[in-house]
Design a protein around this ligand. Sequence first.
Ligand SMILES: N[C@@H](CCC(=O)N[C@@H](CS)C(=O)NCC(=O)O)C(=O)O
Length: 201
Amino acid sequence: MYQVIGTARSRAMRVFWMLEELGQDYEIIESGPRGKAISDINPSGKVPALIVDGTAIFDSVAIMQFLADRHGALTYPAGTVERAVQDSFTQFGCDEMDGVLWQATKHRFYYPEELRVPQVRKAAMWDFDRSMQSLATRLGENEFVMGDKITVPDLLLSHCAGWALGMKFELPKGRIGEYFKRLRARPGMRRALERAGKNAA
Ligand SMILES: N[C@@H](CCC(=O)N[C@@H](CS)C(=O)NCC(=O)O)C(=O)O
């Protein structure tokens, strides 16, 4: 059985959600960032980690893609043009959403107070807004970023959208807003939240 180190309030949520979508069982090892369970195996102290066959894999996006590949779902096969386009959306999520939000989060809560620059939040909102505009164009009328098939970046992008809401960033209305809502309403997301939320209690 898979073991996941992390909590629902971290990027580990992406991994719980992916495992639910894939119908795979998993054990949650509760650890916040830099907690003992994660620091014992990950020198950076960052969550999440997935333990599989005795090996620890770090980075939520690497883990999600690994699981999708391994179980042959929510992904196009490596080496196909579709996979290259899919990966470009994944990279978009990392750079244009996660990276921007993480920067804003660090300057809001995470850095020692003397390193926090309040203006970073405004710049991050500006970046985020531009990202949403380009996502709107790329998504067009599609249900998912790759058309009618859900893939790894859909989970990543909508997880980031929830993070953005938590940071009081404005999410676009219309098709993009509906796209995020549709994804977050999926039963797999609901199950992951219920299970990881309970586990955290
Ligand atoms: N790119 C990594 C980032 C992991 C990460 O930064 N996790 C946060 C919690 S969501 C953390 O543990 N931060 C601790 C730190 O930066 O010291 C991933 O997607 O897993």
